[in-house]
Every structure is written in C-alpha cells, then in structure tokens.
Design a protein around this ligand. Structure first.
Ligand SMILES: [Fe+2]
Length: 391
C-alpha cells in the first residue's frame, strides 16, 4: 500500500542557539559551532509529518512558489549512463565531474506553470557526492572528506547560501541580490529570470531521503537564521572566505515538508540555493534495515574468511506501518539473504552467488546523491527558449 506521509525526525537549530545578528540587517543568527561538534548541542530533532509528493493525486511541485521542483533527466542516455557509473563506483572522479558539467551545461528542462530552466553554468566549486548508510550508519568510516567525495548525508535542515553573504558577496562584489531571483528575510527579488539553484540528483535514496519545505509555509523573519559555516575542512579558500554564510532554521508546526519515496537518477531536484530549507532524514524502518545490513556484513566477512559460519537469528521483521514500499522490499531482500546464507558451501560457487547478492542488497540501502550549484535562467517554456544547446 502506498504511504502518503511519514512521521520522522528532522534536525532544527535549538531555540537556545539563537542570538541577534549584529550586521544591521535586523535578522537572527544561529551560533556557529565546529562542523565536527556535538550535533545534539546545536540541533534538536523535531517530529514532522513529511509528505510523499510521488503519492497518487498529489498536486505538481512548483519551483517559483514552493522553492523546489523535480525535473526529468531521462531523455539523455549519455547522462543516465554516466550517473549509473557513478552510482556503481560509489564515488565521482574528476573526469566524470567534468563530463557531468559538460552534459548539463546548455540543457533546458521543462518546469511547471509553462516555465523552463536553462542551465548556463555549473559552478566549479560545490559539486559533491554524499553517501550515508541506513539509520545514520557510516558505510565507509575510513574515507576522508575531500572536495567531492567522502561527504556524509546532511543531518540538519539548512539553506545553502545567503545572497548577501560569503562567498557570493566577494565573488559578485555585492551584486548578487540585484542579479539573482531570491526570497530572503530582509528583501527579495522576484523579477530576475536569473536563478542560483541546487541540482540534486538522487543516485539512490530508499533510505535517508531529502526533505524539502514548501516555502510558502515558512515564516522567514521568525524562523530563518543566519549561520556561518566553517569550510576549511573541505575547501581551500582565502582568509576572508573561510566561512560560508548559509541559513539555519527553527522548527514550526506550520511548516510543510516533502520527500519522494523512490526517486532515482532519472529525476533530479532543482531548488533555490539562496534559502530553500532542506536536509535528509531517517525513514521509519531504517533501524531494521541497519540491523539486516550489519548481519549481512558480518556473514559476508565470515564467508570470505572461509571459516565456520554462525547463522543469525532471523527474527520476524517488525516494520513500522509507514515504512515506504521500496524500503520494505529492500529490507525483505536482505532478510531473505540472511536466512539463506550457504553455511556448508564455503568456497563453492553457491557462496559466490550469495556474496554477490548480499553486496547488491546492502548497497541498495545506502543513500547516494550528487549535488551541484547551477546558474540558470527561468524562461517561458516556448520556442526558442526551450531549445537545448546543440539541439
Ligand atoms: Fe544543502
């Protein structure tokens, strides 16, 4: 049965972490803590209802009104092949990143309300791949965070860039609020066709999906907070640009949140980099997925080591009622493999087949996504605007 919405925890700034901002903009600020600081000190989990916008009968998303929308990437075979390769490898190479930028630049994607989005430029900085295991499990704890790889899934709800903040302020010499369309608590630009958007491609996200807020339900003056994000751990920048001015958010019951339960890389989100609230969350049922994942990992290690196999207790799967259908299936596949580990077949072909299936089933519950910053034009979806470069 389709699950229309899930009850889940989203991470928000604690009310006690808010101070007055002293920049003369009349805004509030969240205190900056080190990136590797204690999550619980700065953020709190609040129970939210997160609606699955892929459920039948759901009205279409709307970039201009809601702050986010999904576009189809299905028409480009070259792009789909590249994304499948990156998903399989679990990381993105410099060459693949260049190819991805080339394939996207100049493309035009239809949006709702007779608009389209023409990609002018994919920013050289900020193309990253994220990976996270079910229920917050770190799948490769030894991989160091680099510029593009080794990034965990974002835990806290945030907005990616303040239009008046670093580094945009330095890069565009203060012109960004005039050039880019934006909605900011202390001013907006609703006329410019030039947008700075995140292109967020879910390579796979049966677990840890991205939640996005319908921006019409945000009280920006009360709940949107300036926040200086330290970047030295993953970016090499000059002294005046060490901190990114991004947004943090306080929770409010009026806020409405959305996710998609089975989005793959034939679709991508575009959302407003200049403030759209977003972050990942843990779905109901992920604790069971994590347990099955760890059981399979243990059995896989025992089989590979060639010793005696200790069968796991295959306890009944007690999944919450609002476990999404794709996650339920993935958990059932893992549980079947746990129950059928070929204990007497070590070193034989049956064990190799099982090992390959176990790796595949484990990989399916690892969230992998790509994100990048894109400068684009919001245009009427009519000829000649809808023509992609080269088409
Ligand atoms: Fe983000």
């Amino acid at each position: 049965m389709d699950v229309l919405a899930v009850e889940a925890n989203l991470g928000f700034t604690r009310a006690g972490e808010v101070i007055d901002d002293d920049d003369g903009r009349g805004l509030k600020r969240a205190i900056s803590r080190p990136l590797d600081g204690d999550f619980a000190r700065q953020f709190e989990y609040r129970r939210c209802r997160v609606r699955d916008w892929s459920a039948p009968g759901h009205p279409p998303l709307d970039f201009r009104a809601m702050g986010f929308e999904a576009i189809s990437l299905a028409s480009s075979d070259a792009l789909q092949n590249l994304l499948a390769q990156i998903r399989g490898a679990g990381e993105i190479s410099g060459q693949q990143a260049r190819r991805l930028r080339r394939l996207l630049t100049g493309s035009v994607f239809p949006l709702s309300r007779r608009r389209c989005l023409k990609v002018l430029n994919v920013a050289p900085e900020g193309l990253i791949m994220r990976k996270g295991g079910p229920n917050g499990l770190k799948v490769d704890p030894d991989v160091e965070m680099g510029e593009m790889n080794g990034h965990d899934v974002a835990l806290a709800i945030h907005g990616d860039q303040d239009v008046r903040g670093t580094p945009l302020k330095q890069m565009m010499r203060g012109w960004a609020p005039w050039l880019f369309r934006h909605q900011t608590p202390d001013g907006s630009n609703r006329y410019s066709p030039l947008v700075l958007v995140n292109l967020w491609i879910p390579l796979q996200q049966l677990t840890r999906p991205l939640a996005l807020m319908d921006r019409r339900t945000l009280n920006a003056r009360e709940h949107q907070l300036r926040y200086a994000l330290p970047t030295e751990a993953f970016l090499d920048r000059t002294e005046d640009m060490r901190e990114n001015d991004i947004w943090a958010f306080l929770h409010d019951d009026a806020q409405q949140w959305y996710f998609h339960s089975h989005m793959a890389h034939d679709q991508a989100y575009v959302f407003d980099t200049l403030g759209e609230p977003h972050g990942s969350f843990i779905l109901p049922g992920e604790a069971v997925a994590e347990r099955c994942y760890l059981q399979l990992r243990g059995l896989r290690e025992q089989l590979a080591a060639g010793g005696a196999i200790k069968r796991c207790d295959s306890a009944a799967l007690e999944l919450p009622a609002d476990t999404t259908a794709p996650l339920r299936q993935a958990i059932e596949s893992m549980a079947r493999l746990v129950a059928t580990v070929p204990v007497d077949q070590v070193g034989k072909p049956a064990a190799d087949v099982w090992l390959a299936r176990a790796s595949e089933a484990m990989d399916a519950v690892v969230r992998k996504s790509l994100e990048m910053r894109v400068v684009a034009l919001l245009l009427p979806d009519v000829w000649p605007f809808r023509r992609s470069a080269g088409s």
